[in-house]
Design a protein around this ligand. Structure first.
Ligand code: NAD
Length: 356
């Protein structure tokens, strides 16, 4: 089969990690008989320099016409003095909105070989850890009505948390579908003891769970959820939560893995279309040094095969190549420990591709 992928290399280490991900995709193409065609488009700082806009309309048009989008990372000190809505990172919000990416999936995996990088005690993550946070991405308080008003306490500002039943239903289905492909457990995180919007959230998630009798559902208040993530992380399989709670909890979950260079992510629409990118930023401090870890982007490409292109065997081949890389004792600079073999960004891509 032939697949069209819109590719945004971005800034800083973005182009370096993307080059290794496409190298590994090409190895998948050779082994399984697929062709991946890359439509390179601009977004972020590079787009500002070349077109004056962080998200040129051609980028959106090409992304919409492609099977999926693969993105490196955007931003850097060169553009830090621009006003908020002209900064490179604004392109990400634009892409989510234009492409209707309402579900953000962030796996937080602790590979056994890298367990010592986790700040958690060994017994808490013994045997590895594998959690997916499914965060609602286009609703809630970040998109609700906001403004200023006078109160008896003086000038005040407000942001409204508003969720429709349909918004909750569709994100809940993403989480339950995901759980069906994994360990069949969903934890829904809300603040239903205080917030009306959370009570609606809890009711709708419970209704949707009736469509998935094989999946075990539990609910947690967000304060307890934040605590359980570091106290008993093995409790979790799939976490589903709102935009703001997901923003915070997905960062917490990723930190317990201890290695930001290893974490992939996906943002999905209804249907299969999605944008895939590493969790990390453009890491300007190491750009051009060969120290960037491309594994998060390579694993993101694997998620793209699994969730958008429906190529499960090919996706498994990427995950297994990354495991072989770690098992063989190879490391990038960020995850190096004495006794292992340190490789550059390019050497890492070559090795993983050779394990496909
Ligand atoms: P960052 O993730 O870029 O870097 C944080 C630290 O982690 C740095 O020390 C960096 O060297 C290291 N790091 C990150 N990725 C790595 C990798 N693949 N291999 C090895 N080490 C890695 O976060 P930051 O420094 O806060 O942000 C830098 C720029 O990236 C900013 O302009 C920020 O706005 C932008 N950013 C973009 C995205 C995105 O494009 N999705 C996400 C976060 C930050």
């Amino acid at each position: 089969m032939e697949y069209n992928i819109a590719v945004i290399k971005g800034d800083g280490i973005g182009p370096e990690v993307i080059a290794e991900a496409t190298k590994v995709l090409d190895a998948i193409g050779s082994r399984f008989g697929h062709t991946f065609s890359y439509n390179y488009v601009l977004a972020g700082g590079e787009a500002i320099d070349e077109t004056g806009r962080c998200l040129p309309p051609e980028t959106v048009a090409t992304a919409k016409a492609s099977d999926a989008v693969l993105l490196g990372a955007v931003g850097g000190p060169k553009w830090d003095t621009l006003p908020g809505d002209e900064r490179p990172e604004r392109a990400l919000l634009g892409l989510r909105k234009e492409l209707g990416l309402f579900a953000n999936l962030r796996p937080a995996m602790v590979f056994d070989e890298l367990a010592e990088a986790s700040p958690l005690k060994a017994e808490l993550i013994d045997g590895g850890l594998d959690i997916v946070v499914v965060r609602e991405l286009t609703g809630g308080i970040y998109f609700g009505e906001k403004g200023f008003k006078e109160t008896e306490m003086g000038p005040a500002a407000y942001d409204v948390e508003l969720y429709s039943e349909e918004e909750v239903r569709r994100i809940a289905r993403v989480a339950f579908d995901m759980a069906m492909k994994r360990n069949k457990r969903v934890t829904s995180i809300d603040k239903a003891n205080v917030l009306e919007s959370s009570r609606l959230w809890r009711r709708v998630v419970t209704e949707v769970s009736a469509e998935y009798p094989e999946v075990e559902l539990d609910h947690m208040y967000v304060d307890n959820g934040a605590m359980q993530l570091v106290r008993n992380p093995k409790h979790f399989d799939v976490i589903v939560t709102s935009n703001i709670f997901g923003d915070i909890l997905s960062d917490e979950a990723s930190q317990i893995t201890g290695s930001i260079g290893m974490l992939p992510s996906a943002s999905l629409t209804n249907g299969n279309f999605g944008m895939y990118e590493p969790v990390h930023g453009s890491a300007p401090d190491i750009a051009g040094t060969g120290k960037a870890n491309p594994l998060a982007t390579i694993l993101s490409a694997g998620m793209m095969l699994r969730y958008t292109l429906g190529l499960a065997e090919e996706a498994d081949a990427i995950d297994s190549a990354v495991r072989k890389f770690l098992n063989a004792g190879y490391r990038t600079a960020d995850i190096y420990t004495p006794g292992t073999v340190s490789l550059t960004t390019t050497e890492t891509g070559d090795k993983v591709a050779s394990f496909i």
